[in-house]
Design a protein around this ligand. Structure first.
Ligand code: PEP
Length: 252
């Protein structure tokens, strides 16, 4: 049985006041909910504040990125152990805005995932095709490359902790959502590839989230797909009411 997970990716939004208020609003609505896991991913500079606001509730906190080294002369970077140290338990890795906007490669995503696992964090690793790749019938080959690219060679004892987020790039921040059938088809494919890269038992237990313009009015139908285990939510996570409505939509 895979526990549903809803993660809010605040991207480069909010300020000190807004981050505190948003976290408090989510805590008020979802802080005691035990049917699903809820994670807030604010910008780095507000992580510690959000950790304070949700302390003692069931809500987790995650970063939106990490470096792969434990420490060193890497100006401007943050190590996984630092995230753990301030109370983060999750980290988003390989978001398409980093893969396509900042040139993150499959190899980098692999290194970051390995480092996050070694530090005891739960990585939420993003995969997904561009619109032109879907139109050219390349969705599966892109997903295959990305899934094997980050999973291959990871230590077997920590594989069970990994969360994958299927985020078709054409659906992120565009208001265009994959249909439930498109999401389910991609999630089955990802699970099949994850089974080849790990074991069938590991892949069967792996949570695969859908991301891409998830809103309160489409969350229930997406979550009702058997291989959709929750959502990575961008825009709609910036309002406590809409994020809470999405998470609640998962509860039958
Ligand atoms: C995201 O940031 O991962 C995302 C899916 O954004 P949005 O929900 O705004 O499409």
């Amino acid at each position: 049985m895979r526990r549903p997970l809803f993660a809010g990716n605040w991207k480069m939004y909010t300020n000190t006041r807004e981050a505190g208020e948003l976290a408090a609003g989510v805590r008020k609505q979802l802080g005691e909910l035990d049917a699903v896991d809820v994670v807030l991913c604010p910008p780095f500079v507000y992580l510690a504040d959000v950790v304070d606001v949700v302390r003692g509730s069931r809500i987790g906190v995650g970063a939106q990125n990490t470096h792969w080294e434990a420490q060193g002369a890497f100006t401007g970077e943050i190590a996984p152990a630092m995230l753990k140290d301030i109370g983060c338990t999750y980290v988003i890795i390989g978001h398409s805005e980093r893969r396509h906007g900042l040139g993150e490669t499959d190899q980098l995503v692999h290194k970051k995932t390995a480092a996050a696992l070694a530090a005891g964090l739960t990585p939420i690793v993003c995969v997904g095709e561009l619109l032109e790749e879907r139109e050219q019938g390349k969705t599966n080959s892109v997903l295959e490359r990305q899934v094997h690219g980050f999973l291959k060679g990871l230590p077997s004892e920590s594989l069970g902790r990994i969360v994958i987020a299927y985020e078709p790039v054409w659906a992120i921040g565009t208001g265009k959502t994959a249909t439930p059938a498109q999401a389910q088809e991609a999630h089955i494919f990802i699970r099949k590839e994850a089974a080849k890269a790990t074991t069938p038992a590991v892949a069967a237990g792996m949570r695969i989230l859908y991301g891409g313009s998830v809103k309160p009015d489409n969350a229930k139908e997406l979550k009702s797909q058997p291989d959709v285990d929750g959502a990575l939510v961008g825009g709609a996570s910036l309002k406590a009411d809409s994020f809470a409505a999405i998470a609640r939509a998962a509860i039958k």
